[in-house]
Design a protein around this ligand. Structure first.
Ligand SMILES: *Cc1c(COP(=O)(O)O)cnc(C)c1O
Length: 403
């Protein structure tokens, strides 16, 4: 392909609204006249001359040399995601964990110190608490709501701070601006996992965070069909992370990148409905006598609601709540759901629900779960785009089964 030799550069200014960016953010990348971009299902790309081959082989992040290094469909998705997060560029990976592990491994080295939250996505916690220490990287884990603890954890060799907001299981928030303000003067890199919010609801880079990570499996794909990940950051960081990426090889297939592109076209429409449905359902749940407590940043009862209003524009799909009556009542409730699907993950068009403690039910008693911080009566729900009345009706019948 001819135009692969000199990759097109992103136009200087594209200050569209998100609703427009998801549709046109990749328009500057040629598609030979096709309105719907083609899938470049090719592992390798040919050069027309020795000179062109040398240029393709030595240009970092070339979109058409070898797919592990980059692919034209990746470039399209990356252009849109950079636009949404307000970063210079973005880099796609094969999963959210691919994005997180590649970023961390690219940026730290033996002797560095890193700071993370006490609660993260479980595999992210594993990276900080088990895997990085094996390679001589020391990590300190702090309560994300305690900025003094975060400040006190900083050492002369602190290389980066990783945050995630909102986070499981109580949808606790991290003050993104405050963390950026702590780190910036000391030259510490800040990384935020923005999966639970999405850039439609929260833009960490605009609040001073350097690198924004995503599981694109969730809202971006939006249909519970693919796994994918994304790293949104400066060109300088991206080149460094890409260098590690070509070695670790967490490469998204062109087909899945194309499905992701297709999913992104409707992201703003889906988020509008998801935000509205989740807030309405969270408020409705608060009024149900069988519910002990509801956790959702959009509720006034959320302990950090003021921070939510400050740094978020919408509050996302995920609501958590506890059902009165302990493990068994919760288990009966989740089993009784007919419309909501009993499955992990979040951010897609269908509503999903999980009884989080059920994963440990074979190995722990209810008392042991409580000690380990696993609430036996917790339900996590990712609210989809169904009609709100149908969702309420489903939850109502599962809460009060006709006996
Ligand atoms: C799902 C998820 C991940 C991991 O993403 P995968 O695509 O499953 O690898 C990371 N962080 C958060 C917050 C997630 O929800």
């Amino acid at each position: 392909m001819k135009d692969a030799a000199s990759p097109p550069t992103r136009p200087e200014k594209q200050d569209w609204h998100d609703e427009t960016a998801v549709l046109h953010g990749d328009a500057w990348l040629s598609s030979d006249g096709a309105v719907c971009p083609p899938i470049h299902y090719s592992a390798t790309f040919k050069a027309e001359s020795a000179q062109e081959f040398a240029e393709m082989a030595t240009t970092p992040r070339h979109p058409g040399f070898y797919t592990r290094y980059g692919n034209p469909v990746h470039k399209r998705v990356e252009a849109i995601l950079a636009n949404l997060e307000g970063t210079e560029t973005a880099l796609l990976t094969a999963s959210g964990m691919g994005a997180i592990s590649t970023t961390l491994l690219a940026l730290v080295t033996r002797g560095d110190h890193v700071i993370a939250q006490r609660r993260h996505y479980m595999s992210t916690s594993r990276l900080f608490e088990e895997i990085l220490p094996r390679f001589g990287v020391e990590s300190t884990v702090v309560d994300q709501t305690d900025l003094d603890a975060m400040a006190a954890a900083i050492k002369p060799n602190t290389r980066l701070i990783m945050v995630e907001t909102p986070v499981n299981p109580t949808l606790a928030l991290t003050d993104l601006r405050a963390v950026a303000d702590l780190a910036q003067p000391k030259g510490i890199i800040t990384i935020a996992d923005n999966t639970f919010a999405s850039p439609l609801n929260q833009k960490p880079h605009a609040l001073g965070i350097d690198i924004v990570l995503h599981s694109a499996t969730k809202y971006f794909g939006g249909h519970h069909d693919i796994t994918a990940g994304a790293i949104c950051c400066s060109n300088a960081h991206a080149e460094k992370i890409w260098d590690m990426h070509t070695t670790l090889g967490s490469v998204l297939s062109p087909m899945d990148a194309w499905l992701l592109l297709r999913g992104l076209r409707t992201l703003s429409l889906r988020m509008e409905r998801i935000n509205a449905n989740a807030l309405a359902l969270a408020q409705w749940l608060e009024d149900q006598p069988q519910i002990e407590r509801v956790f959702y940043p959009g509720l006034e009862s959320h302990p950090q609601h003021a921070l939510a209003l400050k740094q978020m524009r919408g509050f996302g799909a995920v609501i958590a709540f506890s059902v009165k009556g302990g493990f068994d009542a919760t288990s009966r409730f989740v089993s009784g759901l007919k419309l909501a699907t009993h499955a992990v993950s979040l951010g897609g068009v269908e509503t999903l629900a999980v009884h989080t403690a059920a994963m440990w039910s074979g190995t722990m008693t209810e008392a042991q779960m409580k000690t380990a911080g696993i609430e036996p009566n917790f339900v996590r729900m990712s609210v989809g785009v169904e009609h709100i009345d149908d969702l309420k009706q489903d939850l109502a019948q599962a809460l009060s089964p006709a006996s």
